[in-house]
Ligand binder design. Structure first.
Ligand SMILES: [Zn+2]
Ligand SMILES: [Zn+2]
Length: 240
C-alpha cells in the first residue's frame, strides 16, 4: 500500500513537472513568427535538395542506390546511428548528419544520410538549430559530444545521454563508437563528403540570402493582401 501510494505520488509529481516545463503562453506568442520562418525554412530545404539532386547526378549515385543502402546497413544494422537502439516501424527517421537547414547546410547525398530513432532525431535538433557550435565542427559530432564534461548541468542533451546509459564508462564508450561508425561510413563516400565541405561556403551564402528574401517577401505580401481586404473591423470593438 505504501509503495503504491509512493508510486502514485511520484507519477502525479512527474505529470506536474512535465506540465510546468511546457509554457502555453510562450507557444502562443511565438506561433505567428514561426509560421513565417517555417515557409523560409521550407524554401531553404527545397534549395538544398535541388543542389543535392545535381550533386548526385554528377556523382552517379543517390542515397537510394543499392550500394549505398547496403553500406548503411553494414555500418549500423537496423539500429539508430546515434543511440544504437533497434529501430521500430513508425519510430525511425531519415537522418541528415549535417542537418538540412540554414545553419548546417547539409545535403541529401551519400555519406550524409542514414536512419536514426525519432527520439535522437528530435534531440539532435537542439544542436542543429544553433547558429554556431561549440562542442564540435558538425551537428552530428556535436550531438555525440554531450558527454557531460563540457556543458552546464542543465544541458538537455547531456541529460538525454545519461538517462540512456547511467553508467558513465558505458556512455562514453557508446558515444565514441557511434562517432567512429559514422566517420567510417562518411569515409566510404568521401568524394561526396569532401565536395559538400568545399561547396558549403558558397551554398551557405545563397541560403542566407534566400532565407532573408523569403521572410521579406512573406511580410510584404501579407501586409499588402491584408490591406487590400479593407475589412470593417468596427464590429469587433469592445462596447460598454
Ligand atoms: Zn537513437
Ligand atoms: Zn551537453
Amino acid at each position: 500500500m505504501v509503495a503504491w501510494v509512493a508510486i502514485c505520488w511520484r507519477s502525479s509529481e512527474a505529470r506536474e513537472e512535465s506540465r510546468m516545463s511546457f509554457d502555453s503562453t510562450k507557444a502562443l506568442r511565438s506561433a505567428t513568427g514561426r509560421a513565417k520562418s517555417d515557409v523560409a525554412n521550407k524554401l531553404v530545404s527545397m534549395f538544398l535538395h535541388e543542389v543535392s539532386r545535381r550533386a548526385c547526378l554528377a556523382g552517379g549515385m543517390t542515397v537510394s542506390n543499392p550500394d549505398y543502402l547496403r553500406a548503411v546497413v553494414d555500418a549500423f544494422g537496423h539500429r539508430c546511428i546515434y543511440c544504437g537502439r533497434d529501430l521500430e516501424h513508425d519510430r525511425a527517421a531519415v537522418e541528415h548528419l549535417d542537418g538540412m537547414n540554414r545553419f548546417r547546410v547539409g545535403l541529401h547525398v551519400p555519406g550524409n544520410v542514414a536512419v536514426s530513432c525519432r527520439r535522437c532525431n528530435n534531440e539532435k535538433r537542439r544542436d542543429d538549430q544553433k547558429p554556431c557550435l561549440t562542442l564540435a565542427g558538425s551537428g552530428w559530432e556535436s550531438f555525440l559530444s554531450h558527454d557531460g564534461s563540457r556543458c552546464s548541468v542543465n544541458c538537455k542533451t547531456c541529460t538525454y545521454w545519461s538517462a540512456i546509459w547511467p553508467d558513465e564508462s558505458e556512455k562514453l564508450m557508446t558515444l565514441h563508437e557511434a562517432c567512429d561508425r559514422i566517420r567510417l561510413l562518411r569515409k566510404s563516400f568521401g568524394r561526396f563528403v569532401s565536395w559538400s565541405e568545399l561547396a558549403r561556403p558558397a551554398i551557405q551564402h545563397r541560403v542566407e540570402g534566400l532565407y532573408r528574401a523569403c521572410q521579406d517577401f512573406a511580410t510584404g505580401e501579407i501586409d499588402k493582401l491584408t490591406s487590400e481586404l479593407n475589412f470593417d473591423f468596427s464590429a469587433l470593438k469592445v462596447t460598454d
